[in-house]
Write a protein that binds this ligand. Structure first.
Ligand SMILES: [Zn+2]
Ligand SMILES: [Zn+2]
Length: 144
């Protein structure tokens, strides 16, 4: 049976496939994610980088996150879709943006981080754990 997870950007120039199981999946309301997710929380699934193979060109943007971690975010230079992020200090892990998955049904968040920066109208599933700020997923140390 083929357990490959696949996805890509809006325009189709970047495609990826993943041979592995998610490390964890969650929603992030940090201020940075609101820029990238059209005002909403980002929905993210973390994998081991070695499990993810990418076809097509990516552009990258590095910034300092509210958590204090230096983040590297990767997007399609043609259509601007954000596909991946990860901590510069921990390249062994990659966070995949759920909107890029061919099957988004697998991406249901298991917790929500950065509730402190969520606007009052933002929706947060009351049935999963809420965290006011960043929570390192230990192990491994992955961030959205
Ligand atoms: Zn694209
Ligand atoms: Zn975030």
């Amino acid at each position: 049976m083929d357990n490959t997870i696949s996805g890509g950007c809006f325009c189709g120039k970047v495609r990826f496939s993943i041979q592995g199981t998610p490390i964890r999946q969650r929603a992030c309301w940090c201020r940075d994610c609101q820029y990238l997710a059209s005002g909403n929380a980002s929905i993210n699934i973390a994998f081991r980088s070695q499990d993810v193979s990418v076809e097509g060109e990516l552009s990258h943007y590095e910034s300092l996150a509210d958590s204090g971690n230096r983040m590297r975010r990767s997007f399609c230079p043609n259509c601007g879709t954000h596909l991946f992020s990860g901590q510069v200090a921990f390249p062994d892990y990659v966070v995949v943006r759920a909107g890029t998955l061919d099957d988004r049904e697998i991406a249901a968040p298991q917790s929500i981080i950065w509730m402190d920066s969520k606007p009052s109208w933002g929706w947060a599933d009351p049935d999963i754990p809420h965290h006011p700020r960043h929570v390192p997923a230990v192990p491994p140390p992955v961030q959205d």
